[in-house]
Design a binder for this molecule. Sequence first.
Ligand code: ARG
Length: 475
Amino acid sequence: MSTKLWGGRFTKTTDEMINEFQASIGFDKRMYHEDIAGSIAHASMLAKCGIISDEDCAAIVGGLKDILAQIEKGTFSFDVALEDIHMNIEKRLTDAIGEAGGRLHTARSRNDQVALDTHMYVRKQVVEVEKLILDMQRALVETAQKYGDVIMPGYTHLQRAQPILFAHHLLAYFAMLSRDYARFAGVYERADIMPLGAGALAGTTFPIDREFVARQLNFAHIYGNSLDAVSDRDYIMEFLSAASILMVHLSRLSEETVLWCSREFSFIELDDAHCTGSSMMPQKKNPDVSELVRGKTGRVIGHLMAMLTTVKGLPLAYNKDLQEDKEGVFDAIDTVKFSLAVYAQILRGMKVRADVMKKAVTEDFSNATDLADYLVRKGMPFRQAHAVSGQAVHYCIEQHKWLEDLTMDEFKTLSPLFAEDIRDAIRPETCVKNRNSLGGTSYEQVARQLEAAAALMESEQKITAQQEEKQIDVK
Ligand code: ARG
């Protein structure tokens, strides 16, 4: 005879290796709080609907709270033979309170139970991710403000292109993170739907009240189709997709960090506390954190691919394959949270070498577009101005000069339209100041971006605070 909660129809005990293979307790125990909160709501609903007695409900709730305390104290021992967090808790409850414990699972299946727990867990973790995105956004804004008028070369093809404000560069990452925030807020909305009451797949014969459970657990919506409720993993795929895109953004920033702190660039210096040395080469100071964030991005993208692949061939409704949803999303949650937290630190500890960045702008031709634009303002068609500016660059390369070194005579030979004011027109500060089109790099446009960023962070903060209030805390 099997001793399992489902052991009735079995004549043999489960093989040891099979037990171990199919158990999820090793990783789903992190949903213990959600499982207990969900069971308390379910038991309360059963009592309210007259399906179990108030005494049984009170015994169940008391027993579950004891179990919660044991888990939090670290005295609860998890058993692999009991497969998962749901049966570990239910079995312990029944051992402790007897028959009443056996009534808890009325009108419920582990299929809707695990879906409920995972929805609650993901919903809660999205709030944590949002908070960390916000802090990273704050770190970007602080750094942009701290180095408000530092000019650097902007790049295309990793070739110096046009002078930009360093703040403008950082605010591009702010914009990416704003979209990440919005994506996670969307994940929250899609995770905010209550599956319990779907039973194993088809609903239940008992007169349950799903609205009551949804209210108890602060869910905004209830699944309208029981098959969908137990087999939907869209919100997990969406979490992983939002997480992958976020990691791609952090990875691009990491790549730039690695480049910028190389001796070749020397644009920034990372805090000693944020770097590591080499066991052999005494001079080394390596940007490991950035490299790791870049490296971990592949892992998170891998979890997304794994989940999409797991679900793509599944017939409705529940299949055990779906147990594979957890490790990936849990690891993605941990990775994204850790990466955001360390990166905010990296930014706050980073020193910017304004002198080196300036040199990279002045000892270069990144003001060649401005030279052409100058001629256009004097009446020359842009295509012709582009050619003249190109000739000026070619001439300078041959003469080992920069554009600002050209004499007035040399300028006049290139085009009679040049006058004294060309000198000011190609200074890096002027190049930056003049790119005052909406969203451009000018001081004015960057100041506007900073204002918009402050307003956006305020509204993000409000959304996150409202979501945080909805999280369930079993006392
Ligand atoms: N541990 C399982 C999971 O994570 C719970 C659901 C099991 N349901 C079942 N019918 N075997 O998916």
